[in-house]
Write a protein that binds this ligand. Structure first.
Ligand SMILES: [Zn+2]
Length: 126
């Protein structure tokens, strides 16, 4: 079978020309080319979206700092949150591609507040 549009030899079983996409049978419409190239979200786009929800691409120290920050109101975790948050930020400075700045700052800010509060409570108790 030859394509009526471009004239190339096409397989007998083909519904459309393999080169130009012309329908080779009665009743077939030309496929919409815009549909074929409809933009799909790329893998990196999906990964970036996941990183906001999941700790993907976050090194362990900022991750740990973030959780310690959340547990800072227990006062025991607060100094550790402060330490891990600071270490995490220093590590991230050398790894600009890594995520976790927010988690580090959570650790530092929460750690600072509840370390000061803990020391104040300790002084009052003495
Ligand atoms: Zn053709």
């Amino acid at each position: 079978m030859h394509c009526p549009n471009c004239g190339i030899q096409t397989p007998e079983t083909a519904n459309y020309c393999t080169r130009c996409g012309e329908p080779l049978r009665e009743g077939l419409t030309k496929p919409d080319p815009t549909e074929a190239i409809a933009p799909e979200p790329s893998v990196s786009q999906i990964e970036n979206q996941l990183r906001y929800m999941l700790p993907m691409g976050t090194p362990p120290v900022p991750l740990f700092a973030g959780y310690l920050g959340l547990f800072s109101p227990t006062l025991i975790a607060a100094p550790f949150a402060l330490i891990f948050g600071t270490i995490g930020l220093l590590q991230l400075r050398r790894r600009p591609e890594a995520f976790g700045h927010g988690r580090c700052w959570t650790g530092i800010i929460m750690g600072l507040i509840f370390t000061v509060l803990g020391i104040a409570l300790l002084i009052n108790a003495l």
